[in-house]
Each structure stands twice: as structure tokens, then as C-alpha cells.
Design a protein around this ligand. Sequence first.
Ligand SMILES: NC(=O)c1ccc[n+]([C@@H]2O[C@H](COP(=O)([O-])OP(=O)(O)OC[C@H]3O[C@@H](n4cnc5c(N)ncnc54)[C@H](OP(=O)(O)O)[C@@H]3O)[C@@H](O)[C@H]2O)c1
Length: 322
Amino acid sequence: MLIIMMLAAVLGGVGLSAVLLILFSTQIRKYAGGGICRSKARLDGKTVLITGANTGIGKETALDLAGRGARIILACRDVEKGEEAATEIRTRVGGAKVEVRELDLADTCSIRAFAQKFLREVNSLHILINNAGVMMCPYTKTADGFEMHLGVNHLGHLLLTYLLIGLLKRSAPARIVVVSSLAHNFGWIRFHDLMSQGSYHSGLAYCQSKLANVLFARELAHRLKGSNVTVNSVHPGTVCTDLVRHSTIMSLVFTFFTMFLKTPREGAQTSIYCAVAEELDTVSGKHFSDCSPAFVAPQGRNEVTGQKLWDISCELLGIEWD
Ligand SMILES: NC(=O)c1ccc[n+]([C@@H]2O[C@H](COP(=O)([O-])OP(=O)(O)OC[C@H]3O[C@@H](n4cnc5c(N)ncnc54)[C@H](OP(=O)(O)O)[C@@H]3O)[C@@H](O)[C@H]2O)c1
């Protein structure tokens, strides 16, 4: 009898939850969608480079900025997937100027080759969006022996930015958007074992790399003062994309709770906002989420850590960037 009553209670609870979800689905979706970029700024004559733009947040960012008239360059490790995205953008935005270039952020030779060709063939760059990312992958190393999260999410983008900074300065006013994450709150920079060789946890490695994104943006902002090139970091929200492909648990959570997640289009809004909003013309070194200023964890505001990470990163990449 007790078991039947408990079963009835559970079924009743599930049923009630389902009814409530259906009844309030519009409100839930609206809330989950988060902030919207309301700027109508046009980007005619401007050039935008977006890494990892063949899918997810990057593709939606590209689609929006193409609609504003910019020349969009999708930097993708898989050119075929990039071309598919470019075709889709051209179909959805009449007259879109979209092109694809090969860039593997897990290989500094690829980054250097990309930049060399880019600097030869493209004569201005107004917006750089460091969007590409990997999350919770098994322990792997980049071609240069860096732990994959730190190598792709942080070091690869740092090198790319370094190689293109001259062009950005010559094209000023220009903006750099660094796509980080709320996950930076749970990260710390493990200077004693930056490449996680001593111990590895895929979630913590992701958090470390996203904290590195925040620290990089803040440190770069200091160094770019007076150049008319701004740099800000972004948390896009929790967005239903392929990012969680390496984690079965996260994939299941994302599948079951899709309704509570942002769509890629919604997830792109803060990147778009930081790229175009008129009120951010001179704003640099800040962190945004839902198209508003967002909290930065204390370890993301620590200037000593930021400078130390900058120095070590440059040393690892064999570059001098003062
Ligand atoms: N989704 C979220 O909930 C969420 C939350 C916070 C922050 N973010 C951040 O948002 C950014 C975009 O992620 P997303 O959610 O749109 O994920 P996604 O759909 O998986 O897109 C990631 C992109 O990065 C590319 N990429 C991965 N490794 C690369 C490499 N070595 N070289 C060049 N490109 C590479 C991927 O290319 P392939 O398609 O070839 O793999 C893909 O285009 C990431 O930086 C992520 O950390 C996402």
C-alpha cells in the first residue's frame, strides 16, 4: 500500500512538473534566452575574423555580423565544415561576404601560416573574435606539447592575437572579443603544473583555460591603452552547442534540459554586443554576460597572476610581447 502511495506521489509530481513546464514554457524560454544585443550598428566596409565559426556560438555570431554588412572570415580547423557554414550564412543573408580560412589553434605552425597568409591578403581587421574552444576533452596535447585546453583556448588565441595586433592597430578603431566562461570562477592558474602533467581533471583544465582568457583580456587591455583597440571578455551563458561532446554526463544534461539553455543564437548575443555596441567604443578590459557588465572572480582580477601568466605564455610560445 505504502509503495503504491509513493509511486502515485512520484508520478503525480512528474506529471505536475510536466504540466507546469508546458504552461510556463514561453516564460522559461524567455528567461533562459538572456540579454539581447539591441544595437543596430552597421559594419559595412569592416572586416571581422572569428575563430571556430563553423558551428555553435561562432557561427551565429558570424551570421549576425554578416547581416550588418561586414566581410566575415571564418577561421576553422576543418575547412569543409567551414564552407558548409559559409554556404548557410550566404543562404540566410543575401549578399553576405563570407570566406573560410584554415586555422588549427592546436598547432602553432598552423597559426603562424594562417597569420602570414592573412597579413599578405587582408589589409584591415576591425573585429577579432577569439571564440573557438574545447571543453572537457581527455588528456591530449597540442602539436607543440601544450595541454589541449590551455593550448587551444588560451595559448593558441594569444599567439593569433599577437600576430594580428599590428593589423588591428593599423585598422583602429578595432575590437577584440575573448569568449571566456562563467567557468573561470572555478579555475585557478596552476603555475606549478600548467600543462596538468602531474594530475589532470578535464573540468578543471577547462576552468583554468577560461580563467586564462579573462586574465589575458585584462592584461592585454592595459597594454593596448591609447591604441584605440579595445579588448573585453565574455561569458555567453549556458548554450546548447556541441561543446560538451567529450562529456557523456554533460551531453545528457544538455539533452534533458535543452529548454533551460540558450540557443546558439541567444548565446552569440554578448559576443555581438561586445563587437558592435556603440556604448562600448572606449570600454576595455571588462567582462560581459547577457550584454551587461559581469562579475569577475578575484583570481581573474589578480594583476600579479595576469602578468605572470602573460610572461610564461609568451615564453612558451617563443614570442616577445611587451
Ligand atoms: N556552450 C556553452 O555553454 C558555453 C559556455 C561558456 C563558454 N563557452 C565558450 O564559447 C566558445 C564557443 O563554444 P561553442 O559552445 O560554440 O562550442 P562548439 O559548438 O563546440 O564550437 C567550438 C568551435 O571551436 C572550434 N575548435 C575547437 N578546437 C579548435 C582548434 N584546435 N582550432 C580551431 N578551432 C577549434 C570547433 O571546431 P570543430 O567544429 O572542428 O570542432 C568549433 O568550431 C568556446 O570558447 C566556449 O568555451 C560556451
